[in-house]
Design a protein around this ligand. Structure first.
Ligand SMILES: [Zn+2]
Ligand SMILES: [Zn+2]
Length: 148
């Protein structure tokens, strides 16, 4: 988990977009949904939930908006030059966003807690066997941790 009171750097492949994010993270997970597979070009995406005001971006990301699994508008922010994914907005209640774990300068600081949208998980994509794989979403709100 990204630690409280620590700042982490990140950015895209070409360096046109850089960002700073301050901990703590709200949650860290891996999503196997088809949209994440299409957007990343691989089996799943690893994401870090963060309050929007903890993310400070230098540069102007391109944005692609589509209907998410829940029906609401989900916007993916990425570098228009190299295509590197930075963060996703609109998928969480409130002013919370999800940063792409692989775009961090220290991606090893991320420790996914579980796997979501396991219904779409691919047979060649493997996860830590200690992690719970949910068919869709966990039975609790990922931000508040309240049962849903
Ligand atoms: Zn770039
Ligand atoms: Zn997904």
């Amino acid at each position: 988990m990204l630690k409280a009171n620590r700042e982490y750097g990140g950015g895209c492949l070409c360096g046109a977009i850089r960002y700073r994010v301050t901990g703590p993270s709200l949650f860290e997970t891996q999503c196997c949904c088809r949209d994440c597979q299409k957007a990343t070009g691989t089996g799943h995406t690893t994401i870090v939930g963060i309050a929007r005001d903890q993310l400070h971006i230098d540069g102007e990301p391109s944005i692609y908006t589509s209907a998410g699994e829940s029906g609401g508008a989900v916007s993916r922010h990425f570098c228009g030059t190299c295509g590197g994914r930075i963060f996703t907005s609109g998928a969480l209640p409130g002013e919370n966003v999800m940063v792409q774990a692989g775009s961090l300068d220290e991606p090893g600081e991320v420790t996914p807690e579980n796997v979501i949208c396991g219904k779409d998980a691919l047979p060649w994509d493997h996860f830590d066997p200690a992690l719970e794989i949910y068919e869709l979403y966990p039975p609790f709100d990922p931000v508040t941790r309240e049962p849903t």
